[in-house]
Design a protein around this ligand. Structure first.
Ligand code: ADP
Ligand code: ASP
Ligand code: MG
Length: 401
């Protein structure tokens, strides 16, 4: 079918000039005969600014229903402005909020997932020759309340729409593709022509913010061809698709996740009940735990370490204080300024030497790591933030990234 979903992120529509530029590119695409659905994010730092305002009122306990109501307004501004700008180019356009586009979601506020999209209305407008401009990042839940999909969620809206409309999805942003490493952190990174859904999913979930993880998951599930490219549309980007042949490369990319907390709880009785109680308390408070390790018992006591997002610091402290009050022997420490460095590659599945080479780089660089976790196609290390650039440079050299 002759349709395409084009998505523009916040930096691409950060001011009126940029919105006008994007409108021209979209109009051209329509002129070339495509039926275009555009998904757009909030302008520049709008979402951050809205969240900051909310934080000034509700410090610790945020009403997330109201937060969703607030932050969804960012995208509502940009869809209206972009539609006006497209009309100024002489093309018919109509803006739709998530609710109007029938994007049904489910889950907890600020972290909803898309359940279903009824594209009937959207297709009606396409049939009328309109360019349809849909608000990214938002939908409506079972109760009829406005919801959002988590930070970076406009990517998810775009891929979900492409899945439902059975077309490809083009993600336009401020970099010209997916690189082996975030090019703003490591300037010698290489642009990838193509990357598999699996690798991109791992890269994203381990910190590569260029594409939201759930968007890649949906792309894989529905076989949506995704392209990430520069917002000028003039440079060939990176294609994300199913790769039939296993790539030769052992390691495809390196992802970085900043803002990690490392928590160690010492002197826990060596009993599954006491250990599981800790994680139960954390789960009750919806703290997202990432890497976990437990050392071997000594004198009937063990230590448990795990990482969490530093956004959750306040709540983690609350849980740990409660836990240590209940389990009298337990004591905790929280280390901040931790970074998680991960290497990702399909080739790791059948190249046994990769782990040993990574450990070798850490040894040669004389850098300590605090926790290590692996999956079939990734290896992650929690390290001190100060060591980031040394290890990134040395890993990039070793694996030709
Ligand atoms: P948008 O506002 O368009 O959604 P984002 O800021 O969410 O843009 O994503 C683009 C940014 O992702 C880039 O500016 C870049 O710094 C970052 N990034 C992180 N990892 C990578 C990577 N591996 N390749 C390309 N960009 C990356
Ligand atoms: N505006 C939202 C955010 O800043 C969604 C997005 O940009 O994808 O997270
Ligand atoms: Mg983004």
């Amino acid at each position: 079918m002759n349709r395409v979903v084009m998505k523009y992120g916040g930096t691409s529509v950060k001011n009126i000039d940029n919105i006008k530029k994007v409108a021209k590119i979209i109009a051209k695409r329509k002129e070339q005969g495509k039926n275009v659905v555009v998904v757009v994010s909030a302008m520049g730092n709008t979402t951050d600014n809205l969240i900051d305002m909310a934080k000034q009122i509700s410090k610790d306990k945020m009403n997330t229903r109201e937060l969703d109501m607030l932050i969804s307004t960012g995208e509502q501004q940009s869809i209206a402005l972009l539609s006006m700008a497209i009309e100024a180019e002489g093309y018919k356009a109509i803006s739709l909020t998530g609710f109007q586009a029938d994007i049904k979601t489910t889950g907890v506020h600020t972290k909803n997932t898309i359940k279903d999209i009824n594209t009937a209305k959207l297709e009606k407008y396409l049939d009328q020759g309109c360019i349809v401009v849909v608000a990214g990042f938002q939908g409506v839940n079972e109760s009829g309340d406005i919801t959002t999909l988590g930070r970076g969620g406009s990517d998810t809206t775009a891929v979900a729409l492409a899945a439902m409309l059975d077309c490809s999805c083009e993600i336009y942003t401020d970099v010209d593709g997916v690189y082996t490493i975030d090019p703003r952190v490591y300037k010698n990174a290489r642009k990838l022509d193509v990357i598999s859904y699996e690798e991109m999913m791992q890269m994203s979930s381990l910190g590569a913010g260029v594409l939201e993880t759930r968007a890649v998951q949906l792309g894989k599930q529905y076989g949506v061809p995704i392209m990430v490219a520069l917002n000028t549309g003039m440079i060939r980007g990176t294609y994300i698709k199913e790769l039939k042949k296993m790539e030769e490369r052992g390691v495809t990319g390196l992802s970085m996740a900043k803002g990690v907390l490392m928590i160690t709880v010492d002197n826990i009785n060596y009993s599954p009940v006491d250990i599981s109680h800790l994680f139960k308390l954390l789960a009750t408070e919806k703290v997202n735990i990432d890497m976990i390790s437990q050392n071997s018992q000594k004198d009937g006591l063990v230590s448990v370490s795990f990482t969490a997002d530093d956004e959750d610091k306040y709540i983690v402290e609350k849980v740990l204080n409660k836990y240590c009050a209940e389990i009298k022997s337990a004591e905790y420490t929280i280390e901040e300024d931790i970074v998680k460095i991960s290497l990702v590659g399909m080739g790791m599945m059948n190249q046994s030497g990769v782990a040993s080479r990574i450990f070798g780089v850490y040894a040669d660089s004389n850098i300590d790591f605090k926790l290590v976790t692996t999956s079939e196609i990734s290896v992650s290390y929690a390290i001190n933030k100060k060591d980031t650039m040394t290890i990134v440079n040395n890993l990039a050299r070793e694996f030709n990234l």
